[in-house]
Design a protein around this ligand. Structure first.
Ligand SMILES: [Zn+2]
Length: 130
């Protein structure tokens, strides 16, 4: 592998690790805020527990999307450890660094990703083009 490519991949690794830390600390902060909200004196206009249910709901949907992103980051980091990060899982060629920078979780080259999207019939918004 070219030295340049290794440097580029290392940069993406750092990016992913930083993003992972950001999500975790944002998650912690949100957790603290919502717990504080739940413990606040309840507005008598609200039905009992409505506020706390709202906080639970907000927290769980927030955590759901963050958990998903952490999973994608972990998968990408694992692929880096195995030395297969940046290789298209379909054709085995290197995914261009520009694509990886825009989509660090990409596991397919652009061409195979669009084929895969057609095959899964998800449409562009239904699933991220990995
Ligand atoms: Zn490919």
């Amino acid at each position: 592998m070219a030295t340049r490519r290794i440097q580029d991949l290392n940069r993406i690794r750092e990016l992913l690790q930083r993003r992972r830390r950001e999500i975790l600390s944002a998650n912690e902060g949100a957790h603290r805020e919502l717990t504080a909200l739940k413990n606040q004196e309840r507005d008598p206009e609200y039905e009992e527990n409505a506020q706390s249910e709202l906080a639970d709901y907000t927290l769980s949907s927030l955590m759901e999307s963050q958990r998903r992103e952490i999973m994608l980051i972990d998968a990408a980091l694992r692929r880096m450890d195995m030395g297969v990060f940046g290789e298209c899982v379909d054709c085995g060629f290197e995914i261009p660094i520009e694509r990886l920078e825009a989509l660090p979780f990409a596991i397919r080259c652009e061409e195979d990703a669009s084929i895969h999207e057609l095959e899964t019939r998800g449409g562009p918004m239904a699933s991220p083009s990995l």
